[in-house]
Design a protein around this ligand. Structure first.
Ligand code: ATR
Length: 271
């Protein structure tokens, strides 16, 4: 049986084993996919042991996405742009990495939520690893505008400069978000996870905006409540999680599972 894993710390809460079990059942393929908790100083050793003992591929979650990128012998352009990897595979005896998070975000917005990203005005909140991985995939959809807003404005500017050759980018602090109408506001900060409320200027979240949190479950609750209270349509990143998983499955196994069915089952709490 082909062996896969999600590696993180903590990782017990991860839905990835459930999602990949759904993919396997749907496609009639026999795979094993488990959650592995790596010690904070033992990620590399665990990854090497996993692949040495027959592992085929791994997803990587917090806090190891940067380390995963660094340990891989070959990185995809997507991983290089993100500076982080959530995907590892063993090919020709070497560990390769990729980043399927941004593709997952785009697929969820465009295919599951019906957002026309071409020509859209997008506001991206945050300038950490999660935001960085989303920029190139969003720009590749040809939005009319992408504004990166971060509590630390300098960090947002540094990020915008890095991607300046790829599209129409602006950067600012959270307090200086331009007073313009955005179609989509993506929360890539860790404010909700940390139990803090994002302080945004009046009118950023309002009717007609899709407020999207890249986190899901409890970690997204505060932002979704804040968005809904302001009249915005709000959704968490469960669809992004399923889509990045499907993209991982495709890279490992060559075919893309039907994500709609799995997402519907997860939303109804069935699997
Ligand atoms: P990740 O890899 O998950 O993106 P990170 O690199 O630590 O994590 O980045 C966390 C992001 O959340 C940053 O953009 C951070 O803003 P700063 O760069 O100003 O620190 C943002 N963040 C965390 N707590 C926040 C809060 N209470 N309000 C606003 N932004 C917050």
């Amino acid at each position: 049986m082909d062996r896969y894993a999600v590696i993180g710390n903590p990782v017990a809460h991860s839905l990835s084993p459930t999602i990949h079990a759904c993919f396997a059942a749907q496609r009639g393929e026999s795979v094993e996919y488990v959650a592995l908790r790596a010690p904070l100083d033992g990620f590399r050793a665990l990854v090497e042991r996993f692949f040495d003992t027959g592992g085929r591929g791994a997803n990587v979650t917090l806090p190891f996405k940067g380390e995963a990128f660094e340990l891989a012998r070959h990185a995809s352009p997507r991983a290089r742009e993100a500076g982080a990897a959530n995907f590892l595979a063993l090919r020709d005896g070497r560990i390769e990495c990729d980043n399927t998070d941004g593709a997952g975000l785009v697929a969820d917005l465009r295919d599951n939520l019906g957002v026309a990203l071409a020509g859209a005005r997008i506001l991206l909140l945050g300038a950490g690893g999660a935001a960085r991985g989303a920029i190139a995939p969003l720009l590749a959809q040809s939005p009319a505008r992408l504004v990166i807003a971060n509590r630390d404005a300098e960090r947002a500017r540094a990020l915008a400069e890095r991607f300046a050759d790829q599209g129409l980018l602006a950067a600012c602090g959270l307090a200086d978000i331009p007073r313009e109408r955005f179609d989509v506001v993506v929360n890539a900060t860790s404010a909700s996870t940390l139990g803090a409320r994002l302080v945004l200027p009046e009118g950023v979240l309002r009717e007609g905006v899709l407020a999207y949190d890249m986190a899901y479950g409890a970690a997204a609750a505060a932002f979704l409540a804040q968005a809904r209270a302001s009249g915005a349509r709000a959704t968490d990143g469960l669809g992004m999680l399923v889509e990045q998983a499907a993209e991982s499955w495709r890279l490992w196994r060559g075919s893309r599972p039907d994500t709609a069915q799995v997402l519907a089952e997860l939303r109804s709490g069935r699997p």
